[in-house]
Design a protein. Sequence first.
Length: 365
Amino acid sequence: MKKYILSIFSLCLATMVMAQDTEQKTSPWDFSGVVGLNASATGLVNWAAGGNNNVNGVAFSKVRLLYNENSLSWETNLDLEYGLSYIEQDFDAFQKSSDKINFSTKFGWEMAKTWYLTASADFKSQFAPGRNYGVTEAYDPIISKFLAPSYTDISVGIDWKPNSIFSVYISPIAGRLTSVYVSDKLMNSATIQENQPTLEQALKESYAVWKYDTNKETGEVIKNYDANLRGKLGLSIKGSINYTYKDLKIITSVGLYTPYAWDKTKIYQDADGKMYADLGNGMDFTNMKYMGYRDNNQRFGNFDVDWDAAISYQFLKCLNVTLSTSLKYYNGVKIEKFDKEGKLLGSAERVQFKGTLGLGIGYSF
């Protein structure tokens, strides 16, 4: 009798599992991701090597919603991250350590096996103002904020998706909008030093939201900061991997973008600070400083690079180890360097990299 009851129970259980598997396989929707909170703290008492007491915390969320049915495919990704550090010191006690808003969505129609005609939209920005900490004790210049900058990409192209894990997207018609919006309150805030550009001008300079206006008769050029947006049309290439094996999750995406532009008109600056374009009119630039090309290095063949990766492992059901990295390189975007006294040493296009290894509370699904 016991064997009979056990057999019936086993059969019912197997039927339920098969039904769930069938339901999962037939559902066109798939929702996956990882959310968590990583934290650390350090306390020092009479520590000979030096240091400061500190507390660090980072909240993050990486989720994906995927729809596949018949010839239609829709994928949406949301990557959020925000972190703060408290350091026991006389100034800059609270410092932002991480800040990211990445949203992307693409909708495709399968025109051939694994090949989709796709429309895509991306948005990238951050939650809160970022500062260049440690320039001086009294002044930490704002170098970014919400919508300053923000990057919005809208494109149409071909998406190759051999499975639900991997995809490569190529768009020959890709528009990119770079925005720098600064409120009047921030533009007139006390963070602006005397004899320095306004905060709005400084941010537009840093993120290349400006253009040269050229006097065709004299060749003199001036920088125009009037617009809050700068638009480009170009070529976009993107790849992504979203892989889950038991308690291990790997999420990575890489994007390349180059504009359809080509302006190698050279710009020079004289001793009075005035700038002139070499328009081929015989003007002598021998004693002037070369300032680069008029297109600010934003031309076809110069690729912007944006790569994000995260590896997460969940154990004991609620604990999570996460390694996340970001690498960026944007043509025309200048990164400033300061000495210990806060004097600006110069600015140039540089590779930006950030890596975070965290242990905390997390959940993968």
